[in-house]
Write a protein that binds this ligand. Structure first.
Ligand code: 13P
Ligand code: SF4
Length: 302
């Protein structure tokens, strides 16, 4: 079966099953192209909350499907593969989080959506890269723990007078983008602007003309009026950047900016998931209810 044929078959199956396909910007282009909702982590959570479909197929990583299941317990959430973890989400355990609470009594814990349901359940509120500053500002407390992404925490601390205690986790895809990588790209494209994700290191973010989540980078590119942009985030976003801005040139800040697990899902996996209604992601109620509280608190922030 060729790609177009497979895409059409998936779209037909989605209709038959009264299902929607939610796709993150880091997914392969051929999957982005058949999405019902294509977006960043926040847009996908909002999309899951609003859909009236019976089935949600999530083309993303495990924590994203879990979040959809936490928000929509009455819907069937399918993840086309089970081996699509996120190394950043694995950089925190419940024991460590409980210990952090003990060490900082009364200090709220803001947890990045890139975390397991269990970690969310032990948090006060969630955030994504696009709303982290608003989430922190919404809290009355002077000190806040931000977990598990230390780079996002350090980035946010530059825009608030609250004391941010960063976790020491990181996204390997973004963290290992180096100043040297960016310098090389800038030397090759001296007139290009540089946009970077807040999961990058502080040194790299200091070089950026714009820092923001994937949705923010897309908006920035569309409004920038420039002809070339160096992109400091996972390669998948370039598909959408090029589609929405066909006259612009987009340069990955490094060829290493590939999230291996985001690239595991294929059109065939999605077809099989819909045909066999697998793999169902369900979060046990004792975890789902407190995790939902942390997600709802975030979703309520304008
Ligand atoms: P955003 O889409 O919220 O920018 O998140 C990036 C990311 O790393 C998702 O895994
Ligand atoms: Fe996790 Fe980083 Fe991949 Fe996002 S890009 S899923 S944070 S490893």
């Amino acid at each position: 079966m060729d790609q177009r044929e497979l895409q059409n078959k998936i779209r037909k199956l989605l209709k038959d099953r009264h299902a929607v396909l939610l796709v993150h910007y880091y997914q392969p282009g051929e999957i982005q192209d058949i999405a019902d909702i294509l977006g960043d982590s926040l847009a996908l959570s909002l999309g899951a909350a609003k859909t009236d479909a019976d089935v949600i197929v999530f083309a993303g990583v495990h924590f994203m499907a879990e979040s959809a299941s936490i928000i929509c317990p009455d819907k069937t959430v399918l993840l086309p593969r089970l081996d699509v973890g996120c190394p950043l989400a694995d950089m925190i355990t419940v024991d460590q989080l409980v210990q952090a609470r003990k060490s900082h009594p009364g200090v709220p814990i803001v947890t990045y959506i890139n975390s397991s349901a269990e970690i969310k359940a032990h948090s006060d509120i969630c955030c994504t890269s696009s709303n982290a500053l608003n989430v922190v500002a919404s809290l009355g407390d002077k000190t806040v723990i931000m977990a598990p992404d230390g780079n996002l925490a350090r980035y946010i601390s530059g825009f608030t007078d609250k004391h941010i205690i960063p976790w020491d986790g990181y996204c390997p895809v973004h963290h290992f983008l180096t100043v040297d990588d960016v310098r090389k790209a800038k030397r090759k494209y001296p007139r290009a602007l540089f946009a970077a994700h807040p999961e990058c290191s502080p040194d790299v973010l200091a070089m950026a003309d714009f820092a923001g989540g994937t949705g923010g980078i897309l908006r920035f590119a569309g409004e920038s009026g420039v002809s070339a942009m160096i992109i400091g985030t996972e390669m998948g976003l370039l598909h959408q950047l090029k589609k929405q801005n066909p006259k612009m040139t987009f340069i990955p800040a490094s060829e290493k900016l590939i999230c291996r697990t985001m690239k595991l899902i294929t059109l065939n996996d999605i077809f099989d998931a819909l045909s066999e209604m697998k793999h169902i992601i369900r979060v046990p109620e004792e975890i789902r209810i407190p995790a939902r509280k942390a997600l709802d608190r975030m979703l309520a922030i304008p």
